[in-house]
Design a protein around this ligand. Structure first.
Ligand SMILES: Cc1cc2nc3c(=O)[nH]c(=O)nc-3n(C[C@H](O)[C@H](O)[C@H](O)COP(=O)(O)O)c2cc1C
Length: 432
């Protein structure tokens, strides 16, 4: 792994969000280069760079683009996913604010490569400030013919629209996102068929995250070889790590993949508030499996390294909890989120998330029993893998991992409960 300190997605350039400043620093040169290439060669360049999706799933971007049919007579769509509804994830809005033209340029190159005529940028509705900033950038790009008809004097034309989400986490899931754009309820669709075959209005569609697309101009400008050498070889590039919780300097830090988790916490995010010890870390947004504080030494922040220790890089949203944290309380709060955000389509998720929340609340009220620990685990296990989309998994994983890593916290709670000794559960709470 190489040492790499450059900020390529969010460089420190004053007013880079302005189109003239962006152009002064080489902006839109990658698009100029791309439209002179064969579309399949553009895709090939992205494929060879080994860029992996930044929306949570780490799917290879170039490979995804090859799924778009070349000979379809239907319109083709690109949806840029900026719903960013997961707790602990707050990085895409930095791109909208600080470097929106890099993202727009990435969308246009992707559209050119896949023969897409229409780009939708799906942004969470609460992001009013960032929606307005991006709209201004899109207007400026239209005015300079980077978007619109016959872009840069070629036969390539593409329109770009912002679509505001209405505050539903489920609409970040790619098929719900398409239903939402179509004006339907944001229910996930059963796959297959996959979006490349049957996406928006039944037409070929690709969905990519905002940060993923923002990497594309860099790959085209500087070549796949350069890009593939940044950070961890099998998951290259920089990541916008959003770090929050009990650290002195929470925020978004652009660092190469494979950076040490401890460097992220102590070197960049200023260490733990009050110099306390770390009790737990959520490494990649609220849906990823937790780590205990003692486990984080020498953990590297890339897809393979985190997979090897039973968790995942997710969206790179790192949440730090200090030694005084009540992990059950945090887990109950996260589970409340998933219960609230479950769209209700699949029974295991609709009912299971509610059951998990209820059981966790029992523990918080001092009414949990030893049997409840395994009951909770059993509910989580029955949600995982049994739903149309991954929201169910996202709800189950934190519960499974906290039981695995912090079982003693549940047991302590039960032992210390005055109710455990004399309490007789009413029939509706009897669990066996
Ligand atoms: C419940 C749920 C919410 C999601 N929210 C987002 C989101 O806000 N942004 C995002 O890019 N991907 C989100 N995803 C992942 C998308 O379905 C999809 O995999 C991603 O946008 C693909 O982009 P990528 O290949 O560039 O990573 C979510 C998935 C699920 C199951």
């Amino acid at each position: 792994m190489t040492e790499f300190s450059e900020k390529i997605l969010l460089p420190f350039i004053i007013n880079l969000h302005r189109i003239d400043v962006y152009e002064e620093h080489g902006g839109y040169q990658a698009l100029r280069k791309a439209v002179k290439m064969k579309p399949e060669n553009v895709t090939d360049e992205v494929k060879k760079s080994n860029l992996k999706g930044r929306g949570g799933g780490c799917f290879p971007t170039g490979l995804k683009w090859t799924f778009m049919p070349k000979d379809s007579i239907k319109p083709k769509y690109l949806c840029a996913n900026g719903d960013e509804g997961e707790p602990g994830t707050f990085k895409d809005r930095q791109i909208f604010e600080l470097n929106p033209h890099l993202f727009i340029e990435g969308c246009l190159i992707a559209a050119y490569a896949m023969g897409v005529q229409t780009i939708y940028v799906y942004i969470r509705g609460e992001y009013t400030k960032w929606i307005n900033l991006l709209q201004k950038a899109i207007d400026d790009a239209y005015a300079r013919n980077y978007i619109g008809k016959n872009i840069l004097g070629t036969n390539f034309s593409a329109e770009m629209y912002i679509f505001k989400g209405a505050g539903a986490y489920i609409c970040g899931e790619e098929s719900s996102l398409m239903n939402s754009i179509e004006g339907d309820r944001g229910y996930p669709r059963v796959k297959p068929p996959f979006p490349a075959q049957n996406g928006l209005w039944g037409c070929p569609t690709t969905i990519n995250n905002i940060e993923t697309l923002s990497n594309v101009p860099l790959i085209i400008n500087r070549g796949w070889e350069w890009y593939s050498k940044i950070g961890a070889p099998r998951h290259p590039g920089t990541l916008l790590f959003g770090i929050s919780g009990h650290v002195n300097k929470p925020g978004v830090y652009e660092l190469p993949t494979g950076v040490l988790l401890t460097d992220l916490i102590y070197k960049y995010a200023g260490g733990v508030s009050g110099n306390k010890k770390i009790k737990a870390v959520i490494p990649g947004g609220s849906s990823t499996m937790w780590l205990r504080g003692e486990e984080i030494e020498s953990v590297r922040m890339d897809a393979d390294s985190l997979k090897a220790i039973g968790t995942s890089i997710g969206t790179g949203g790192v949440i730090i909890m200090d030694e005084d944290t009540d992990v059950l309380k945090v887990l109950a709060r996260i589970t409340h989120f998933y219960h609230h955000e479950s769209c209700g389509q699949c029974t295991p998720c609709r009912e299971g998330c509610g059951w998990m929340e209820k059981i966790l609340k029992r523990f918080l009220a001092g009414e949990g029993t030893m049997k409840d620990i395994d009951l909770l685990l059993s509910v989580a296990n029955n949600i995982e893998g049994n739903t149309v989309c991954a929201l169910g998994d996202a709800a189950a994983w934190p519960v499974q991992s906290v039981i695995k890593k912090f079982r003693e916290e549940f047991e302590k709670r039960v032992r210390e409960s005055p109710i455990e000794k004399k309490y007789v559960a009413p029939p509706h709470l009897v669990t066996d």
